[in-house]
Every structure is written in structure tokens, then in C-alpha cells.
Design a protein around this ligand. Structure first.
Ligand code: HPA
Length: 270
């Protein structure tokens, strides 16, 4: 695996002019950030050796290199999910590659169901901790000691200094943000009311099907991380309604401008 990561990083290094300092996973609600990037190179996932191949036809992702807020960045347009059938090693492979390309920070976004009764649809939540409820862990298997320790510390996963900056930016721009715990699980089913209740009882403020694997792998390699959720539906007793993927996309679109502003300013201020 380490050899594959190195081969992929070398292939990309031969195509780009500047090493990226910042990695971004453009999850739901950050798609618009692409328009803010001064794009220098864009590589389709299917052209990148060892990259997972997209399962959705005609929906291939791209690795985008360019400048944002005065920083050289690499952005994943399109991410891989466990529920699509990838292993967690495949899901997190691009994060490994980004580390070898030189990133010093990782920024991630996602859509999530709110289980905290103070949340409304369309709200933003800065993730300050997570619960890994995926039935697996991306670090299972032989440890790549060159990249990080066998038993990585998880006491301080989401960078407190970046969180403080994000809260400042939100306040300055009159954007309401919550802080809370992201409960990551496999999907693809949304939760039953009993499951939402369980998630709340054990300490989750929001629940979603991504992010945790990528963050675990980034922290294994010592990369400071920042992640944010858009609350697209509610898993709060009495307020649970049927939810479709389209509802999630529509709710995320409404919050996209706010999320994009925070991320962009944050990267500028790094
Ligand atoms: N549950 C899990 N994942 C999600 C949800 C949810 O309610 N909303 C958006 N992604």
C-alpha cells in the first residue's frame, strides 16, 4: 500500500507545478468553493494510478490543484463513501496521497442529520469531536510506521486553534454556527427514530456517513484537521419526517454560501 501511495504521489507531482499546503475534501455543501479556486491543474480520478474508480456512472471525481485565499491547495471534487462498497483503505487513499504531496492542514465538509434538539435544518455545525461507529477502522492492518504510529492518539482530533478562528469568522459575518460531536456510521440507510435517539443519548449532535475515516487517517499522519457539517434534516423526536437524498441536497444548497465563506476566509487566515 505504501508503495502505491508513493507511486500515485509521484505521478501527480510530475503533473503539478506547486506543492499544495492545504487539502480540502469538497463534501456536500462545499461544491461552490470550486468557483473560488484559481485552478491550475485538474486531474480526473480515473486517470490517477491506484485511485479508487467511481461506482457512479458518468460521475467521476477530480483532484483540483490551484490557489485559494493566497494558498496552494488541493481539493477533492467528489469523495468515496464506505456505503458505495469501497474499503475504508480505499476511501482514505486520497488523504494519504495528499499528505505525501505536502498538505499541512485538511478541511472537510459533509451533510448530516441533526440529533441535537437545538439544531434547525440549514444550520452549520463545526465538528469538535467524533464517534467512529463505522463497523471498521481505516487503520486496521499492518501499520505504515513511516506515516504514523500503530496506536494514534485521538484525544485532540479537531484543531482547536482553527475552530477558534472559524468561530470568529462566523461571528464577524453574522453566521450562526454550532459546535458538536459528529457520529459517523456506514449508511446507506438513514436512521430509524430509535437509532437517532440512541445517537443522541450516547453523545452525538449530528450523524452522517462520511468524514470520520478520512479524519482518522489524517490524524494518524499528524495533519491538523477542521470539519464542518450542514444540518440537512433532523433526527429529533417529534420532528422526524421522511427524508430523501434530494432533501439533503436541497437543504445543503441553502447553507452552501455560508459554509463556503467560512472555509474560504479560514484558509486565507491560516
Ligand atoms: N443520517 C445519516 N446521514 C445523513 C443524514 C442523516 O440523517 N443526513 C445527511 N446525511
Amino acid at each position: 500500500m505504501l508503495e502505491q501511495i508513493k507511486t500515485t504521489a509521484k505521478y501527480i507531482q510530475n503533473k503539478i507545478s506547486d506543492s499544495p499546503e492545504v487539502g480540502i475534501i469538497l463534501g456536500t455543501g462545499l461544491g461552490g468553493l470550486v468557483n473560488e479556486i484559481n485552478i491550475k491543474h485538474s486531474i480526473n480520478y480515473e486517470d490517477i494510478p491506484n485511485f479508487p474508480v467511481s461506482t457512479v456512472e458518468g460521475h467521476s471525481g477530480k483532484l483540483i490543484f490551484g490557489e485559494l485565499g493566497g494558498k496552494n491547495i488541493v481539493a477533492m471534487q467528489g469523495r468515496f463513501h464506505y456505503y458505495e462498497g469501497y474499503t475504508l483503505q480505499q476511501v482514505t487513499f486520497p488523504v494519504r496521497v495528499m499528505k505525501l504531496l505536502g498538505i499541512k492542514q485538511l478541511f472537510v465538509s459533509n451533510a448530516a442529520g441533526g440529533t441535537n434538539a437545538n439544531f434547525e435544518i440549514g444550520d452549520l455545525m463545526i465538528i469538535n469531536d467524533h464517534i467512529n461507529f463505522f463497523p471498521n477502522n481505516p487503520l486496521i492492518g499492518k501499520n505504515m510506521a513511516e506515516l504514523g504510529p500503530r496506536f494514534p492518539d485521538m484525544s485532540d482530533v479537531y484543531d482547536k486553534a482553527i475552530i477558534a478562528k472559524a468561530k470568529n469568522i462566523a461571528a464577524k459575518n453574522n453566521i450562526k454556527v454550532h459546535e458538536g460531536v459528529y457520529f459517523g456510521l456506514s449508511g446507506p440507510t438513514f436512521e430509524t427514530p430509535a437509532e437517532y435517539k440512541f445517537i443522541r443519548i450516547v453523545g452525538g449532535d449530528a450523524v452522517g456517513m462520511s468524514t470520520v475515516p478520512e479524519i482518522i487517517v489524517a490524524r494518524h499522519m499528524g495533519i491538523p484537521c477542521f470539519a464542518m457539517s450542514i444540518i440537512t434534516d433532523l433526527g429529533v423526536e417529534g420532528r422526524i419526517v421522511k427524508v430523501t437524498h434530494q432533501d439533503v441536497i436541497d437543504a445543503a444548497a441553502k447553507a452552501e454560501i455560508r459554509m463556503t465563506l467560512i472555509m474560504k476566509e479560514l484558509i486565507r487566515e491560516l
